[in-house]
Design a protein around this ligand. Structure first.
Ligand code: HXC
Length: 257
């Protein structure tokens, strides 16, 4: 399969997607985002894939939406493009997506990392929402996801100053899962992805669904949702296998059924 703006690999049931516009620090033009989201959906349907790692290169995860594409656009053109319709589809990917972030994750790049489920940062990673410096603001979740992730005070400081924060700071405020040496970032993400890939896929899927439900609903409704997911898993072969393997003191082998 030929990709224009991505490199895609599969190993050990983990798919790796590399953003591949290095000459512009992986600026996210419309074609790249279309291709990325189509690819995520295709991998989501592929039984050979259990977890997805999304990465850039050592200099940039992504330095934001492509400013060249927006510079001349007016409001009618932006409404006509309706680009966030594509971004919104990331929310419905059922498999875990791990972002391995080195270098710049700015603007839409930071929003893309936050749209992933887990973030492993290299020491040189820089996260920020510099849209304010361009006379605009985030459009792909920067005010919403960042606020939920790090709280009002920190979100507003990042959004209003436009100043990037370091990987260490991003870790301290709970934006990323861990910080590792830059050259180890992708390996660390892959290691984590392979561990998740060994888990029963249906349980993984419902855990992800229930956690996103938690961000979106009341505690009582969320608890009910969780309970229904919990009961649902008792209909799977993997539940029978998981519990039998425990009692027989052996490693389970999960099939995703
Ligand atoms: C288009 C970009 C780009 C971007 C970098 N480039 N970011 N092109 N869109 N977002 C291009 C540069 O123009 C340059 O091209 C090349 O990449 C290398 O970048 P330099 O600026 O020369 O590198 P450096 O001096 O190291 O500075 C790195 C940087 C800076 C600090 C990351 O590039 C920068 O500030 N970029 C813009 C970051 C930003 O504002 N992002 C938010 C965009 S708005 P040439 O041809 O000169 O070599 C946004 C809205 C989101 O994301 C809405 C939802 C999608």
């Amino acid at each position: 399969r030929a990709y224009q703006h991505l490199l895609v690999d599969l190993s050990d049931r983990v798919a790796i997607i590399r953003l591949n516009r290095p000459e512009v620090l992986n600026a996210l033009n419309l074609a790249l985002v279309d291709e990325l989201v189509d690819t995520l959906e295709r991998l989501d349907r592929d039984d050979a894939v259990r977890c997805i790692v999304l990465t850039g290169n050592e200099r940039a995860f992504a330095a934001g939406a492509d400013i060249m594409e927006m510079a001349e656009a007016g409001v009618v053109e932006m409404k006509r493009r309706n680009q966030f319709r594509v971004w919104d589809r990331i929310r419905w990917i059922t498999k875990p997506i791990i972002a391995a972030v080195n270098g710049y994750a700015l603007g839409g790049g930071c929003e893309l990392a936050m749209a992933c489920d887990l973030i492993i940062a290299g020491e040189n990673a820089r996260f920020g929402q510099p849209e304010v410096n361009l006379g605009v603001m985030p459009g792909a979740g920067g005010t919403q996801r960042l606020t939920r992730l790090v709280g009002k005070a920190r979100a507003l400081e990042i959004l209003l100053t436009g100043d990037p924060i370091t990987a260490e700071e991003a870790y301290r405020i709970g934006l990323v899962n861990r910080v590792v040496p830059t050259e180890a970032c992708l390996d660390e993400a892959l290691r984590l992805a392979r561990r998740i890939a060994e888990k029963p896929p249906m349980a993984v899927r419902l855990i992800k669904e229930a956690v996103y439900k938690a961000l979106d609903t009341t505690l009582q409704d969320g608890m009910e949702y969780e309970r229904n997911c919990f009961y649902l898993l008792f209909a799977t072969e993997d539940k029978a296998e998981g519990m039998r393997a425990f009692l027989e003191k052996r490693r389970p082998s999960f099939k995703g059924r």
